[in-house]
Write a protein that binds this ligand. Structure first.
Ligand SMILES: *[C@@H]1O[C@H](CO)[C@@H](O)[C@H](O)[C@H]1NC(C)=O
Length: 384
């Protein structure tokens, strides 16, 4: 190539470059200035609007159901992780709604992130004061003394006041929150939980079509120190409301002497898929009201897990309660991982089978299978 030909080429390149630069600078393709490198973050309203405009078509196949999470603003990263897990393993295909409840207002950071992560519509509710405070029949001095005493004994959350309000709220009120009144089914999700397998099909639809009212993935024994008089209270309720006790119930799961005493087995309620209509029934409300009057949410430390579990076990038919082998789940410190290798591979699970809690000594799941004459999944008795 001659020297002049080379220079001609350079000239052409330079001209093309200059023309391009000119056109770009005339068009909207602005060369960024330093301030536009850092645009102001979007507001919650903007995130919400953008999402509404790009909404994936809603499915007619959905059941009238929602996810529900009780959280605080500072749970944001733990709840983000839980949502990611639920979306990746299930909800991205369904876009179910998600209701967030808090005893204070959610801030914009929380609302923006969760709205962006959830594929369905998100709703944010504040818990009414009267559902998160002392009812008038509670002696607050007695409650305070009980907290101090349980704190001294190092009982888990024994000294916590807000934990007690939370347990009472989950036991008797979340399903009556005005936002929850728009649904028939709920799936409770707590911060930091994980799902390890693809969820096959739609659990809400399964519940509805198979006439299930309550379901669980992990069951275990409760610390007796938190509920010394709970069973007395339950017995009082059963005596005054025999009409609410179901025939063919699962009493055998929770009592080894026909209802005389409680064996402390309960479904671990940080995961639940269940019927809101059942929780809103006279049957359940009468039960909660009776327990609440006895004061054990404050004078002891009754958890919503034994409260829900006892209700389900005495007021539902055993077959209305469902165990989800397919929903592999973690909430500190326990894991449910399907026992069968075939199930784990089919559902692309990433849980470690040796961490499965189902058949461990402290679990009640083996008892659930035994008292209901259910066939245990393949691999349940293999040493992992
Ligand atoms: C969903 O259930 C709620 C509570 O029963 C009801 O008020 C609402 O109309 C239902 N929505 C649909 C779309 O069926």
């Amino acid at each position: 190539m001659s020297i002049s030909a080379r220079y001609t080429r350079y000239l052409v390149f330079a001209l093309v470059g200059l023309t391009f630069f000119y056109l770009v600078s005339k068009s909207s393709l602005q060369i960024p200035t330093s301030s536009s490198f850092a645009p102001p973050p979007p507001t919650y309203e903007e995130v919400k609007e953008e999402k509404t405009n790009s909404q994936v078509p809603t499915s007619n196949e959905r059941v009238n159901a929602t996810f529900v999470t009780l959280a605080r603003n500072n749970d944001i990263w733990d709840i983000a992780k839980a949502i990611r897990s639920v979306e990746d393993r299930f909800n991205r295909n369904f876009h179910y709604d998600w209701v967030f409840l808090n005893d204070n207002e959610f801030d914009d950071e929380f609302k923006k992130l969760t709205t962006a992560l959830v594929s369905g519509t998100t709703h944010y509710g504040v818990i009414p004061k009267e559902h998160w405070s002392y009812p008038e029949w509670i002696d607050e001095d007695k409650a305070r003394a009980a907290r101090l005493e349980m704190g001294r004994k190092k009982i888990i959350y024994g000294d916590s006041e807000s934990y007690r309000h939370m347990c009472r709220y989950e036991s008797g009120f979340f399903f009556r929150h005005e936002l929850m009144m728009n649904y028939e089914w709920y799936w409770r999700v707590e911060p930091s939980i994980e799902l390890f397998c693809d969820v096959p099909g739609d659990p809400f639809r399964f519940m509805k079509e198979n006439n299930k009212k309550y379901s669980f993935v992990i069951s275990l024994y409760e610390y007796i120190e938190t509920i010394p008089t709970l069973w007395d209270s339950v017995k009082g309720f059963m005596k005054s409301h025999p009409e609410h006790i179901a025939e063919g119930n699962a009493m055998e799961f929770i009592s080894e002497d026909g209802g005389e005493s409680y064996n402390k087995c309960h479904f671990w309620s940080n995961f639940e898929i269940g019927s809101l209509e059942w929780l809103r029934s006279d049957q359940y409300i009468d039960y909660f009201t009776a327990l609440d009057k006895d004061g054990g949410f404050f004078y002891e430390r009754w958890g919503d897990a034994p409260v829900h579990s006892i209700a389900a076990s005495i007021m539902l038919k055993a077959e209305e309660i469902h165990f989800w082998n397919e929903i592999a789940y973690y909430h500190v410190p326990f894991t449910h991982c399907p026992s069968s290798e075939k199930t784990r591979l089919d559902l692309r699970c990433h849980c470690k089978p040796s961490e499965n809690f189902d058949w461990a000594g402290y679990s009640c799941t083996k008892r659930w299978f035994d008292v209901n004459n259910l066939q245990k999944p393949d691999g349940w008795d293999s040493k992992q």
